[in-house]
Design a protein around this ligand. Structure first.
Ligand code: BGC
Length: 733
């Protein structure tokens, strides 16, 4: 996000004309409060919907009848810098007050949680990341930007790029998985997609990378819990995606709820000022997470609201989401000299700069024609991209006896409540979908012309109807059982202590298996599940996440073989919950897990993941051969030959890993360094080449310094983090 000299001068001129109240107003974000009949804050209402206490329909009903306070008087008085609303006409009305009725006419920056699409809902991020397709990541973000801007939203609270290795944490669903390199490439592509199309004022938004930082490392996977870690771990695992996002020009950052090594991120000067703003060069601004400034009092780091506000402002927190603490307390702090005016000016300069860069002064409104166009329905190319993204995100975990694809004409019994419920396809943090756009697996199979009969039988919640299960198993050639989690079981505040299949679903699968009919299992879920029993007993497992509005079409095309699956896991799956956190790139121990007792293992569970990062099968097979590593002055040139050894065209994600075999700090057993999607016809062979810059082969130490250390390296290439060819090379940098 760069401004021209002229734009910078515009910001300075505006700043010089603002009163202290107006400046602090820019640092204040409001969301509408529901007043009258339903008296809870809007953020609470949204939470009630996302955690399932009220349905989306109920939410819609409340919103259409409840009276909302949009804080128009405060906007008019210049006391509001940002709003959180997703109604385009309401947004136009609020902008009109800001632009035409406030003294300085500064437009609002309007933020919203557009996490994996807006009305066009794409797969949840942990699923989309399984495509390893940077072009897709960018395209879906671009479409989300255009759709949200058409609703008057110019600031998306995305991408969520928290590295996450403990699947008990419900928010693993929102991010790109466990790996820092995949996370960084995802972050870059998302920023490009959201921000870079300047061909029209309505094609881009400001990104908000979140949650800064280490939120995914919350102890025991419990949301909002404490985090502590070494500086080197922070720099090598949790910061890279943020560094990449800043290099790509991300306009804003949202701080995380958690404390890191004892200091809440909200008031963490080292994280906000030293690393984010100075070292990574953030040009835009930092916003707190919802109510997080007030939570510093509950954290026990501030005595009261005013103290929390002062600490946050001094630490470099530019905007307060939702507490009014800046609005209520900062003026006195400035007048008393506790917060220097320069701190306020810096925050306001950053916020105004983003507004100028967004073109809000020239284009604050959404044209009515655009609003009407979207009201008519989703354009066909949006629907097509939803389907493509969903198809690429499916991961075939197991396909014993090549039961898949199902042959046309085979009689299918489709089982499981999730299979028929179009309200369950979008996943956590999808807030703008319309029921008429959503396709359940049942509808998808029917539309694809499959011979299918549907038996709900039961799902993640409630009882299983075993007599219906019996009926389902009787009259068919193959059973497709759809099991997993509801949308409300992942996302914010949805941590779980047991991540095996919830409810009676395993018993349902057992009953289906006992029938002797072939059982194809499709998973709909927001996190890696503990699937030890399932992997041992079920012949086929297809991981389908929450794939978004076209989930049903995508799953049907994979089940019926019209699409050959190509997804690879973005996170490792455990056998049992007690293995969490389990991830492929763990530091080497002195006693790696093995059959021997005194090694890093469990008495009652495997030491390694069940399905590792990077794993994913195809309807064809691929063979790797001839890994060659050569050195030039600046990089390693690596090539590997890949052959399609099966009977149909397929796409393979070729993965490049390395290991720094001996270093001054313990390094991971393997680290992803690059990847490529390669499509081959049956029998076709190709040499796949990578250039690995030597500068990318180092690591950060405990002073946050990057080190390139001479010595032995292992280079791996293969189709998963577990299954690779290997070559060694000794390097002197
Ligand atoms: C979440 C954020 C979200 C914000 C605004 C918070 O509860 O942690 O991810 O952007 O609410 O809705």
């Amino acid at each position: 996000m760069k401004l021209t000299q002229e734009q910078k001068a515009f910001v300075e001129d505006l700043l010089s004309r603002m009163t202290l109240d107006e400046k602090i107003g820019q640092m204040n974000q409001e969301s509408p409060s529901i007043v009258g009949g339903f008296d809870v804050p809007f953020s609470e209402l949204i939470e009630m919907m996302t955690d399932g206490r009220i349905s989306q329909e109920e939410f819609g009903r409340i919103m259409s009848t409840a009276k909302q306070d949009f804080h128009e008087d405060d906007i008019r008085a210049g006391l509001v810098g940002s709003q959180m609303v997703n109604d385009p006409r309401q947004n136009n009305a609020l902008q009109k007050i800001a632009v035409e009725e406030s003294r300085l006419g500064i437009p609002l920056i309007i933020g919203f949680d557009v996490i994996h699409g807006f009305r066009s809902v794409f797969p949840i991020a942990i699923g989309e990341a399984c495509s390893f397709d940077d072009a897709l990541f960018e395209e879906t973000a671009h479409m989300a930007a255009a759709e949200s801007r058409a609703h008057g939203i110019n600031w998306n609270f995305a991408p969520m790029i928290d590295a996450a290795r403990d699947s008990r944490w419900g928010r693993v669903s929102e991010g790109p998985g466990e790996d820092p390199l995949l996370g960084s490439r995802f972050a870059r592509a998302k920023i490009r997609g959201l921000q870079n199309d300047r061909s029209s004022a309505l094609n881009y938004v400001a990104a908000c990378t979140k949650h800064y930082v280490a939120y995914g490392a919350c102890e025991s996977g419990r949301d909002y819990n404490t985090t502590s870690m070494s500086v080197s771990n922070l720099y090598n695992v949790y910061l890279p995606a943020f560094r990449a996002a800043m290099e790509e020009g991300a306009a804003t950052v949202m701080a995380a709820f958690n404390d890191l090594n004892g200091v809440p991120c909200t008031v963490n000067r080292w994280l906000l000022r030293d690393i984010l703003k100075k070292e990574f060069g953030l040009d835009g601004f930092v916003v707190s997470d919802a109510n997080a400034i007030r939570e510093c009092v509950i954290h026990g780091i501030a005595e009261d609201d005013a103290d929390a506000g002062v600490q946050a402002a001094l630490a470099g927190m530019d905007m307060d989401m939702g507490t009014h603490i800046y609005k209520d307390c900062l003026k006195a702090a400035v007048e008393q000299g506790t917060v220097p005016m320069a701190v306020i000016d810096e925050a306001v300069r950053r916020i105004l700069s983003v507004k100028v860069w967004l073109g809000l002064f020239e284009n604050p409104y959404v044209p009515e024609e655009l609003i009407e166009a979207y009201e008519k329905g989703l354009p066909a190319e949006h629907v097509a991209l939803c389907r493509k993204a969903a198809e690429e995100s499916v991961v075939l975990l197991k396909n014993e006896g090549n039961l898949l694809p199902i042959k046309r004409g085979q009689k299918i019994s489709l089982v499981g409540k999730l299979a028929g419920d179009a309200n369950e396809v979008c996943g956590a943090w999808a807030m703008a979908w319309k029921p008429e756009d959503c396709v359940s697996i049942q509808k998808g199979l029917e539309a694809a012309g499959a011979e299918v009969k549907y038996y709900p039988c039961g799902g993640p919640e409630g009882e299983i109807d075993f007599s219906e299960v019996d009926r389902a198993a009787r009259d068919c050639d193959v059973i497709v059982a759809v099991v997993g989690e509801t949308c409300a079981m992942s996302g914010e505040a949805s941590s779980k202590a047991d991540i095996s299949l919830p409810g009676g679903q395993r018993a349902m699968l057992q009953a289906l298996l006992a029938s002797g009919k072939p059982v194809v299992t499709v998973l709909m879920n927001g996190r890696p599940l503990a699937l030890g029993w399932e992997a041992e007993n079920l012949p086929v497992i297809l991981e389908a996440w929450h794939l978004g509005i076209r989930m049903g079409d995508a799953v049907a095309s994979v089940l019926l073989g019209d699409v050959n699956p190509s997804g690879k896991l973005s996170s490792s799956f455990p056998s049992v919950t007690g293995q969490c956190p389990v991830y492929y790139n763990h530091p080497s121990t002195g006693r790696p897990g093995s059959k021997s007792k005194f090694t890093s293992r469990y008495l009652d569970a495997p030491w390694d993941s069940l399905f590792p990062f990077g794993h994913g099968l195809s309807y064809t097979t691929f063979a790797y051969d001839n890994l060659v590593v050569t050195e030039n002055p600046d990089a390693l040139e690596i090539s590997v030959s890949l052959k399609n050894t099966g009977g149909r065209e397929g796409t393979e994600v070729v993965q490049l890993y390395m290991q720094d075999v001996s270093a001054s700090l313990v390094r991971p057993v393997k680290e992803l360094k690059d990847y490529q999607r390669v499509t081959l016809a049956p029998g076709e062979e190709k040499t796949v080449s990578f250039t690995l810059p030597k500068a990318a082969m180092g690591f950060y130490d405990n002073a946050g310094q990057y080190r390139l250390e001479n010595g032995l390296f292992r280079i791996f290439a293969g189709g998963s983090s577990r299954d690779c060819l290997m070559q060694e090379i000794r390097l002197a940098f």
